[in-house]
Every structure is written in C-alpha cells, then in structure tokens.
Design a protein around this ligand. Structure first.
Ligand code: GLU
Ligand code: MG
Length: 542
C-alpha cells in the first residue's frame, strides 16, 4: 500500500531533519498505513490535565508522521483548566500566551475498538525545541521510574477501574442495572455490554483479568494486568475511554466520578503496585519465567509490541478477592516495558513478598511502602484531587478513609496483598485504596514512585498493621494505635501537598504550584455547595 502523502503545507520532514526524525517519521507512516487498512481516519492525541480530565487534539491519520515529529500545537493553558473548564490564573500557568507541541507516542498507538475510525495515542508535551514541558506529568513518570532503575529497581502497577452506568440522555443518575451487588442478575441485565467491554479492551491489546458488578447499583469494575509505571498510567486512560465508548454504543453513559449520587458507595481508582529488584534481603528465588512472543492484538505493528513481561508466570492475586491485579503474568499489556526493564542479570524478585518483614515484605519493599504511607495525606491531593473525592472517602465503604495499613484489610488505605503461598511472593502487591478516578493517573504514578523512593532513602518502616475496620474501634483505641483519618476535605490534602518537599521536588516548582492552585480554585468553586450540588456538577466530568 502506498505511503500516505503529506500535503504541501506539511513540514518537510526528511529534507533537513536529523536521522532520528527520519526514523520516527518512517515509523509513523508505517503505523499510519496499518491503521488505514483497519479503517482508521483520525488519531486522538490525549493528555490528562491537572484536574483529571482527559483532553485531546485529533489528527487525520495521514498527518500522524508530522504530529509525531513536530508535535501538534496546544496552549499551555490546559495546565490551569478546572473541572468545570474554568481557567485558573496561577503564578506559572493560566495565561493565553505560548504554545506547546503534543507529540503522540507511537509505542502506545492503538486502534480504538469502541470508536471505529479512531485510533488513540497519549502525548508527550514539549516546547518548540523539543524539551519536555516542565508541567508534563507523563515525563515525570519516566523521570521517577528512571531514578528507581538507577537503584536497580522496577515497579509493576495497575489501576483498578470502577464506574457506574446510567441510560444515556439524562444529566441525572438512574442506575442502568439494578441487580444486587456483585450479583449475576446484572449480567442478565447488561451481559452484552460487559462482554463488549472485555472484547474491546482485549482487541486493544490489554490483558483483562477480571470484570464484575460492584457494590452500588449500576456500578462495575474491570481489572487489567500490571505493567511498568508509564504503561499503567496510559492504560488507565485507555480503559476509561474504551468503557466510555462501549457505553455510548449501548445507549449508556459511564461515570468514573468519585460519586454519582450523594448517598451510597462511590467509584474508586485503587492502584496496585509491586517493587522488583535484585534479591537484596529476601530469600533467594528465581525470577518468574518470561513469556516472549505474545502478540499485542490491538496495537499497531509498526512498533514492536512492548510490554512482553519478563515477570510472567505468577498467578494473579485478589484485587477484590479474585482478580490478578497484583498478578504479574502474563503481563502482555500493550505499551509497557516489562516492570523492572533496564535491570540487568537474573535474580529479579518481587520485593513485596517472600521477605522477613511484616506481611512478608522484604526490607526494601517495606521501606518503599512506608515512604508512601508517610506521605498519604499529601498524595491525596494527587490521588483524590476533587472536592467530590472527599464525599467518597468515608469510613466503612471500602474507600479506606483511615491512614493505616493492613494485611488484606479493605478499610486500610494501604492493603497488603501477599498472594497465594504457592506463588512464593511473586504475586504480592500493595493496593493504595484511597484514590479515585478523578485523578490524573500520571501524577498519581509519579507521586507514588517519588514517595516510595523517599522511603528507600529514609529506610522507613511501617507502623504496626491494623486488622480491623478502624471505624469499629472507639476513638481512644484508634488514638492509642496511632490511626488517624486521612484528610476529610480537599483543603487539608492540598495543605499537606503544598508542604511536602518530596512531592515538590518530584513535580518541580511550576507543576507543584499549579496543582495546588487548581485544587484551591476547585475548593473556592464549591464553597458552600451541598453534596448533591457537588455531585451533580462533577458526575459526568471524569
Ligand atoms: N467502591 C469502593 C471505593 O470507593 C471500592 C470497593 C472495592 O474495594 O473494590 O473505593
Ligand atoms: Mg472494586
């Protein structure tokens, strides 16, 4: 098939560009040809703003090479967009002047299964000379992953996606399925829809590990395999947009908002992670065998399918009792390098299991978890970033409102999941339960990696685990055990974030300032609003 021709206005890529641009352009043209064969007309180039909304610019598939090499123009003002599209003038973002280039990442270029004619690629935001924009959260993830790789460590992660569906056509929320929590009756109601969600995600090259009706009426959850940090954040975006697309095709409207109704259980965006490295302090175990050569079915073959995990083989562990979110096999999620990629030699082990520490943690795994634990209030400004997030974050709804950790404790902000003993710790992972999907997943991932890294530097230790619902303890007993509530409103989380030096260094001063500014503007926006009004204003935004 002929290469798609650039039109006359397109930059002359090969005439005077360097070899790398030529290589990228050729790869993009090859990818575009494959997409055209599959009927793709446009590529959605997405980024997530600081208030957690996925924004996009589209390019016709014939312009993909120019977009990859030269970027697509976009205003830096998106950094200062609020959840209601209001633009917040901050010290370092929010003005009308300037331009950024959005460079779609070919490694994640994917034909969208639920939006025929469309492909998707997350973008790197750079300035005109190609330098990463200081507020590009995707770059932050790369930087934090590279800092850990310098220590010989890699992280495997996955977001657990919860959402609620209502019939399309209304801004209110009436659940589209009314069967019981986790009930098979909901499959009778919406089985075709759920099947199509799994089919679409699988066609896109993702490894679906579990799907089920969640607690609230009309609520569902899907789990995908763990990937490297950037892969996991990209996949969070792809899963949400795919579920949204399938929902629309079934006459449904999907909400990933922390709450769809002021009363009742909300949508979480739990993160599962494990730390992998050389066998430092745990019992020696062989690295799980790799699985080479698996095909990424939905991706574009122009770029060799990444994400062939070297960590495959371990059975999944329970995300909600059965799923393999902590499962690091087969690990063929599209677009992510293997967790721990860049490590040399064998002997890679999961440092979250098989050790001598509490809940089987190795000393390194415990330090990483303790670094996250110590910064939970500040991390909430990234992982529970909306005023509405704190309507979800209430005790005894499995949203995990207390700053504590525990072995398989679904009311602890950090739930340690050891996995089946037969897996010898390979499936062990830490679940961060207090986050939701109003979050920018790139900021969440970067923040978690930075916090974990700080724990390594400090050789931090966890407090004693908690093995009950903290809400069931009387306040004196909670105080005796040192169990505090996580921030109960966004203001408290932002105050902790603004004071946190680790997260300031990780974000850089401009992004740190902008995140706090955007959060404070949202607090002002909803000052005095009752929960029903907050929920109504945010229900269909995420
Ligand atoms: N829907 C709950 C939340 O708000 C989580 C339920 C679960 O543990 O999966 O986070
Ligand atoms: Mg769930």
């Amino acid at each position: 098939m002929n290469e798609p021709a650039l039109d006359e206005a397109a930059p002359r890529i090969s005439a005077n560009a360097g070899r790398e641009r030529d290589r990228l352009a050729a790869a993009a043209r090859h990818a575009a040809t494959n997409l055209e064969v599959r009927g793709v007309v446009c590529v959605a180039c997405t980024f997530v703003d600081n208030s957690g909304i996925t924004r996009m610019k589209g390019v016709p598939v014939g312009r993909l090479d120019a977009a990859v090499v030269w970027g697509v123009g976009a205003s830096p003002v998106f950094d200062a967009f609020g959840v209601d599209d209001g633009i917040i003038a901050g010290r370092v973002a929010g003005g009308p002047v300037g331009d950024l280039r959005l460079h779609p990442d070919l490694e994640r270029l994917t034909a969208l299964a639920a939006q025929p004619g469309w492909a998707w690629a997350p973008v790197d935001r750079r300035d005109q000379s190609g330098v990463p924009h200081p507020q590009d959260a995707r770059e932050l993830v790369r930087v934090e992953a590279a800092r850990l790789a310098e220590r010989g460590l890699g992280v495997a992660m996955a977001f657990e996606i919860e959402w609620a569906v209502a019939p399309a056509g209304s801004d209110g929320f009436a659940p589209a399925a009314r069967g019981p929590a986790y009930g098979m009756a909901r499959v009778a109601e919406l089985g075709d829809y759920l099947r199509d969600v799994v089919t679409a995600l699988t066609e896109e090259g993702l490894v679906v590990e579990q799907i089920h009706p969640e607690y609230a009426a009309g609520q569902f959850e899907v789990s995908v395999a763990a990937q490297d940090p950037l892969g996991a954040a990209d996949t969070c975006v792809l899963v949400k947009e795919t579920v949204r697309g399938v929902s629309g095709r079934h006459g449904l409207r999907a909400s990933f908002a922390p709450k769809v109704l002021a009363d009742g259980v909300g949508n979480g965006g739990h993160v599962h992670l494990s730390l992998w490295g050389e066998d430092g302090d745990g019992p020696s175990r062989p690295a799980p065998s790799g699985r080479a050569g698996a095909a990424v079915t939905g991706g574009v073959p122009a770029v060799p399918p990444p994400g062939l995990s070297a960590l495959g083989g371990a059975p999944g562990t329970a995300a909600n009792g059965a799923s393999g979110l902590g499962g690091y096999g087969p690990g063929t999620g599209a677009g992510g390098a293997a967790p721990g990629a860049g490590l040399t030699g064998g002997g890679r082990v999961n440092l979250m299991g098989g050790g001598d520490g509490p809940a089987g943690l190795t000393a390194t795994g415990e330090a990483f978890a303790a670094g996250i634990f110590a910064r939970l209030p500040a991390l909430m400004a990234l992982g529970a970033p909306s005023v509405a997030s704190y309507l979800r974050l209430v005790p005894s709804q499995w949203a995990s409102a207390y700053a504590c950790w525990g072995l398989e404790n679904r009311e602890a902000a950090l739930r340690m999941i050891p996995g089946p003993p037969a897996a010898a710790g390979r499936a062990a992972n830490l679940e961060i339960k207090c986050f939701d999907l109003a979050a920018n997943p790139y900021l969440v991932v970067a923040g978690l990696l930075a916090a974990g890294h700080a724990g390594l530097v400090d050789q931090a230790r966890l407090p004693p685990p908690v093995d009950v619902d903290p809400a069931s303890l009387d306040p004196a007993e909670r105080a005796r055990r040192g169990i505090a509530r996580l921030p109960t409103d966004l203001g408290a989380a932002v105050a902790a974030f603004a004071a946190d030096d680790v997260l300031r260094r990780a974000c850089g001063p401009a992004l740190h300032d902008t995140v706090a500014t955007v959060r404070r503007a949202e607090i002002d926006r909803f000052a005095g609003a009752d929960p029903a009004a907050i929920v109504a204003a945010t229900r269909w935004r995420y």
